[in-house]
Design a protein around this ligand. Structure first.
Ligand SMILES: NC(=O)c1ccc[n+]([C@@H]2O[C@H](COP(=O)([O-])OP(=O)(O)OC[C@H]3O[C@@H](n4cnc5c(N)ncnc54)[C@H](OP(=O)(O)O)[C@@H]3O)[C@@H](O)[C@H]2O)c1
Length: 447
């Protein structure tokens, strides 16, 4: 009979994701041993505060306060990093890789930081796995799908709803016709938004995931500071209402797109998505990633993008892969990253929706149209809303809109740089009281 080996696992962190990881590894030990070809035994759970009460799935006997000792312990075969952030987790992951131990992590901040590239090359040079399925879109098997199932595919574009909090907020603004501040307060009450929601609503969390996706889909090292990022804080009810009226829905998209050979665009911005696009139907805190490949065409992966247990499922999948590879003396495919040129956002083209509050008097529309024309931005349609409606809505937002009119434009396709110059010039016209918003419109033809 074949001897049953044991792969010993050191878990760093005992929080939201780590606790269910430890729980799954222990409760499903028999099944997982069959999958992995070895018993997976959690031997340490390193935490910051050993005195803190832990859920029952984390036995006190496993808890230690010395994460640095865990990563170099010869009695640990695989390290699972679930602390998060860069400053503490970075040196621990580095030490584990240098000690020749495979690392599984869900840490998007670390992987998308400039240090992420160093850690990937460290893993390669030491011939060990650095696996991170859970770092993008939680339970959705995206990294493995791109890296293995679609490895022969020439990916053209990957577009994702990869932040559950913002998708929940935008869904409620659309379905309940409720203002941003009200839906944010409700999401915070339900635990779906952090008390300080900045990383989510400013788009930084999605930007880190976009950077990681650029690496997985295109093989380029991109860090979060190279991602052109715009969040959802400027979205107001009139934008959501315009989207609904014109057959769109506002979504925060993370987009990585091949622009030319060796050149990609990596960006995060709110977008008007046509209602019949598959991403438009992704509601509440769900995530989805829409992949376009030259041969495979379009496909979409959908599921729970966060939460302790769904994320733990992806972590455990990686632990099994790491254990299998360890036993086979191999590593998961992680092709050498290539140098990349990040396409400047100003050169990309899109149709735009633009909302302006202007003085309600003759001549203003002509002046506004002249500014669009002076930058070669062609107007496809224009609506003017009644001053009464504007006064009601702006009044609710605490702004006096008496004597104002609201203009809503849709442009033909225009370079982002030309649109930005148009908006800057519009802002300088005294009769334009507010350039309220400008959002890209996703091109889409249902096939
Ligand atoms: N939560 C999600 O839904 C989700 C989804 C996808 C990815 N992720 C990623 O998963 C990772 C973990 O997130 P989480 O939500 O589980 O975080 P969390 O609940 O805040 O847990 C973090 C854990 O790290 C421990 N820790 C902090 N400093 C430490 C140190 N110096 N040494 C040892 N342990 C230390 C904490 O210990 P104490 O318990 O003693 O404070 C805590 O148990 C992050 O990278 C996050 O981005 C999370």
């Amino acid at each position: 009979m074949r001897a049953v080996r044991t792969v010993r696992i050191g878990v760093l962190g005992g929080g939201t994701v780590a606790a269910p990881v430890v729980g799954l590894l222990r409760e499903r030990a028999e099944d997982l041993a069959v999958q992995a070809g070895a018993r997976l035994e959690v031997v340490h759970v390193a935490v910051a505060d050993v005195a803190k009460p832990r859920p029952p799935e984390v036995p006190a006997a496993l808890v230690t306060g010395d994460a640095a000792a865990v990563v170099v312990d010869p009695g640990v075969d695989v390290v699972v990093e679930l602390i998060g952030g860069v400053d503490v987790a970075g040196p621990l992951v580095r030490a584990a890789l240098e000690a020749g131990k495979p690392v599984v992590t869900a840490n998007k901040a670390l992987l998308a930081s400039p240090e992420g590239a160093e850690l990937r090359s460290l893993a390669r040079s030491h011939g060990v796995d650095l696996l991170y399925e859970a770092a993008v879109a939680g339970a959705i098997p995206l990294v493995r799908a791109l890296r293995q199932s679609l490895t022969g595919e020439r990916i053209v574009r990957v577009m994702g709803i990869v932040n559950g909090t913002t998708n929940y907020l935008l869904t409620k603004m659309d379905e309940q016709d409720a203002p941003y501040v009200a839906v944010l307060a409700e999401a915070q009450r339900l635990g779906l938004a952090e008390r300080d929601p900045t990383a989510d609503v400013a788009g930084q969390d999605a930007a880190a995931k976009a950077a990681i996706l650029a690496g997985v889909a295109f093989g380029y090292d991109v860090s979060v500071d190279q991602v052109d990022c715009e969040g959802i804080t400027a979205i107001e009810q009139p934008d959501v209402a315009f989207a609904r009226r014109t057959g769109h829905v506002v979504k925060l998209l993370a987009i990585v797109e091949r622009v030319g050979e060796g050149s990609v665009s990596v960006r995060v911005h709110p977008t008007l998505v046509p209602r019949d696009h598959p991403l438009a139907g992704v509601r509440d805190a769900f995530n989805a990633v829409f992949v376009e490949g030259e041969a495979a065409g379009e496909l979409m992966l959908y599921g729970q993008g966060a939460g302790g247990l769904p994320t733990a499922s992806a972590v455990v999948g990686d632990v099994i892969d790491a254990a299998r590879n360890l036993l086979a003396g191999t590593t998961a495919p992680a092709p050498e990253r290539r140098p990349v040129r990040i396409e400047p956002p100003s050169s990309l083209c899109s149709r735009y929706y633009v909302r302006l509050d202007v003085e309600d008097r003759p001549g203003v529309l002509g002046a506004v149209a002249t500014v669009f024309g002076s930058h070669g931005v062609s107007i496809s349609s224009m609506e003017q809303e009644t001053p009464e409606r504007l006064a009601d809505e702006e009044g609710a937002a605490g702004r006096d809109a008496s004597g104002l009119a609201r203009l809503l434009f849709v442009t033909h396709e225009a370079a982002t740089g030309d649109v930005a110059a148009t908006l800057a010039d519009l802002d300088a016209i005294p009769a334009v009281v507010r350039v309220a918003n400008a959002l890209r419109i996703l091109p889409w033809e249902r096939r």
